[in-house]
Design a protein around this ligand. Sequence first.
Ligand code: AMP
Length: 183
Amino acid sequence: MIIIFFGAPGVGKGTQAALIAEQMGFGHLSTGEALRNAIAAQTDVGKLAQQIVESGGLVSDEIVTQIVKETLDQAKFQKGAILDGYPRTIGQARDLAGLLEASGKKVAVVVNITVDKEKVIQRLILRGRKDDKEDVIRERFNVYEKETAPLLDFYLATPNLVKNVDGDGQVEDVTARIKAILA
Ligand code: AMP
């Protein structure tokens, strides 16, 4: 079962993806986290990605799709996979469809988490990750609106695939809303 967690930066995708993957025994793949690990380890991918991640841009489709391909092959992703922060472009959505098709799988559900933009910006400033400075946050939002938000239309073309979830409120309340959808 392949589940995509979709939404603007800071809506809580990562927190919810980790909790739900744990509870359901699924693998959780955050491409952002994979890139941050690669940067910390200064691998070839990390060196290529560092400046882009730190300025709020998008790493190339080729690099992130390769990360996804390698991860989905791992044993713990066979029962189910939660993709958090991927796909982020139409190219990546097509790459993913191709990858999955090759193994007879497809995206089961797109969980679209929504929260008011200004609330989310304040949340991110408080989180304080290296790319959580206000100018970088605003750039990540611009990139989201331009490159990633249009993906929703791509997935809305498949009936009943996209499920909207209100991401406002306590973490456990949002988890319960998502679990109700996945049940
Ligand atoms: P995230 O942890 O999802 O907020 O991602 C942090 C940063 O990693 C993003 O601002 C991008 O620079 C990069 N990144 C993560 N996932 C992707 C992706 N699917 N495509 C391109 N860049 C990505």
